[in-house]
Design a binder for this molecule. Structure first.
Ligand SMILES: [Zn+2]
Length: 460
C-alpha cells in the first residue's frame, strides 16, 4: 500500500504518476491512498477517476511556480546580483547575500598567481610554488575547519591555477547564466553559447585589473592546444596504481622509441613524496598482457570442453526437458483436482454427500492444488535461471572466439574483457575481469602465475 498526503506528493509529472496509478499499482496489487484528495483504489469511487485530471493540474501548478522562480532569478542575474557560492578570493557580503566582498588572504594568493603568470612563470611552476609554500588549495581553504582529506593531497594542480587565471570574476564582473535546465521536470543542464551569458561589470571590488586579466587571457589562449596529442594505447585507461589507486599514465615514446608507464600521481607530485614511480616498459607489458589474455581464454575453452564431456551423461538439455515434463504433469494434476471439486459439488447438490464431507474434501483438494502451484513456480524459476546463465555464457564464448581470431585485438574488445589492471611497485599485475568465469580461470591457472613471474623478470 502506498499512502501520500495528496496526489501531488506521488509526483508532479502527470505522465509518470498516471503510469503508477493506472498501470503499475493495479498490476502489482498495490493499494494507493491520497488522503486529502479522497482517493483510495481499494474502493471503486468517482474520486479515483478524477485522479488523472488532478495530476495534470498539479503539473501545471509546478510549471507555473518554476516559471515564477526563474523570472525572479533572471532579473537578479540581469542586475548582476551574484547567486552562486562565493568564488576563491571573495566572500559573501554579510549585509547582502547577492554581493561579494574581498577575502583578503585568498585574494592575495590570486594576485600572486596573476603576478607570477604575467612575469612569465608557467602554470605548473606556479602550482608547485604554492604547494612548496604550504598555501592551502581553494577547496581546502573553504572547508579548512572540516578536516576532510583531499584526493590531491592538498597540492596545487595546474588546472586550478588555470581556472583562476581565466575567471573574469576577479575584475569585478559577474557572469552568470552559462547553462540552464532543460525543463522544470529535469535535473539536466545544457550549456548556453557565450552571447547568451549575462555579464554585468563593476559589481564588486576587483582583485585584478581588466588589463592584467586580458593579458593573462591572451597567454592562456596561446598555450591552449599546444599540448602533444596523446597516443591511443591498447590498455590506456585500464591501468591503475596498486598503491595509491590513481591512474598509470603512459608516456610518449622517448628518443629510443621506448614507451614507459608510470603512476600519474607520482609523476605529478613525486617531488612532494607522493607514491612511488611504478615504472615499467609499456611495449613489453602490452605484448605479455595479450599473451596472458590469450592463455586465459584458451584455458577457459579447455575447462569448458571438459565440463561438457562430464555433462554428457546427464546433459543440461535433458535436465531442461525433465523440468518441462514435471511442470506439465503438475498442471495436469491441478486440472484433475479441479474437476474432482466440480464433481463433488454436483454430488453435494444431489444430496449424495453431506456438507461436512464436502467441506473437508474441498479443503484437502485446495491444499493439494496449492502445493502443485508452488512446485510449478519453483521449477519455472529454475528454468529461467538456466536460460540467463546460458545467455551470459554465449556472450562470453562469442567474445573469446572473436578475440582469439584477431591478429591485432582492438581497444574495444579488451574493454569488454577487463575492468582494470593494477600494477604493484614490484611489477606484479592483478587483472580484474568483467566475467566471473574468466576471473576464476585466471585465479586458478598455475602457468598464469609463471607467466606473471616471467613478465616481472622481463619488465625489470
Ligand atoms: Zn601511485
Amino acid at each position: 500500500m502506498v499512502v501520500t498526503k495528496d496526489l501531488s506528493r506521488l509526483g508532479r509529472n502527470y505522465v509518470q504518476s498516471g503510469l503508477y496509478i493506472e498501470d503499475y499499482f493495479p498490476e502489482h496489487n498495490v493499494r494507493f491512498i491520497a488522503i486529502l484528495d479522497n482517493i483510495d483504489t481499494a474502493y471503486d469511487t468517482s474520486n479515483n477517476d478524477i485522479a488523472p485530471f488532478k495530476s495534470i493540474l498539479n503539473e501545471m501548478y509546478a510549471k507555473d511556480t518554476s516559471k515564477k522562480i526563474n523570472s525572479v532569478l533572471q532579473s537578479k542575474r540581469n542586475n548582476g546580483e551574484y547567486l552562486g557560492t562565493a568564488p576563491y578570493g571573495y566572500k559573501k557580503d554579510p549585509e547582502n547575500k547577492y554581493h561579494l566582498i574581498i577575502d583578503k588572504e585568498a585574494a592575495n594568493v590570486v594576485k600572486l598567481i596573476y603576478g607570477k603568470y604575467l612575469a612569465g612563470f608557467g602554470t605548473m611552476q606556479i602550482a608547485d610554488y604554492l604547494s612548496k609554500h604550504n598555501i592551502p588549495i581553494p577547496s581546502d581553504y573553504t572547508k579548512r575547519n572540516r578536516g576532510t582529506k583531499s584526493l590531491t593531497y592538498g597540492l596545487w594542480q595546474q588546472s586550478t591555477v588555470r581556472f583562476i587565471l581565466s575567471n573574469e570574476i576577479y575584475t569585478g564582473t559577474v557572469i552568470q547564466g552559462k547553462r540552464k535546465k532543460i525543463s522544470f521536470k529535469s535535473k539536466k543542464f545544457i550549456n548556453l553559447p557565450e552571447e547568451d551569458w549575462v555579464k554585468v561589470e563593476n559589481m564588486h571590488e576587483a582583485i585584478i585589473s581588466k588589463e592584467d586579466f586580458e593579458r593573462a587571457k591572451k597567454v592562456i589562449e596561446a598555450t591552449k592546444g599546444s599540448r602533444v596529442v596523446q597516443n591511443d594505447y591498447l590498455f590506456k585507461g585500464l591501468l591503475r596504481c596498486y598503491d595509491c589507486g590513481g591512474y598509470i599514465g603512459i608516456r610518449s615514446p622517448d628518443k629510443n622509441g621506448n614507451i614507459y608507464g608510470r603512476c600519474q600521481r607520482y609523476g605529478r607530485f613525486g617531488k612532494f613524496q607522493v607514491c612511488s614511480p611504478h615504472n615499467f616498459n609499456y611495449q613489453v607489458f602490452e605484448k605479455q598482457m595479450l599473451e596472458i589474455l590469450r592463455e586465459v581464454c584458451k584455458e577457459y575453452n579447455n575447462t569448458k570442453k571438459l565440463e561438457e564431456i562430464a555433462k554428457q551423461t546427464k546433459s543440461q538439455q535433458k535436465q531442461e526437458i525433465d523440468i518441462k515434463a514435471k511442470i506439465k504433469s503438475f498442471k495436469e494434476s491441478i486440472e484433475k483436482e479441479t474437476r474432482k471439486l466440480e464433481v463433488m459439488y454436483d454430488d453435494r447438490l444431489a444430496g449424495i454427500i453431506t456438507l461436512d464431507e464436502y467441506m473437508k474434501n474441498a479443503d484437502r483438494i485446495k491444499e493439494r492444488v496449492k502445493v502443485y502451484e508452488q512446485s510449478i513456480k519453483e521449477l519455472e524459476q529454475e528454468l529461467s535461471g538456466e536460460e540467463d546463465k546460458t545467455r551470459d555464457e554465449n556472450r562470453l564464448d562469442n567474445l573469446i572466439q572473436e578475440f582469439l581470431n584477431m591478429e591485432k585485438p582492438t581497444k574495444e574488445i579488451i574493454r569488454e574483457f577487463i575492468e582494470k589492471i593494477e600494477i604493484h611497485s614490484d611489477k606484479q599485475v592483478d587483472i580484474y575481469f568483467n566475467f566471473k568465469p574468466l576471473q576464476e580461470v585466471n585465479n586458478n591457472l598455475e602457468n598464469f602465475i609463471c607467466a606473471k613471474k616471467k613478465y616481472e623478470k622481463k619488465a625489470v
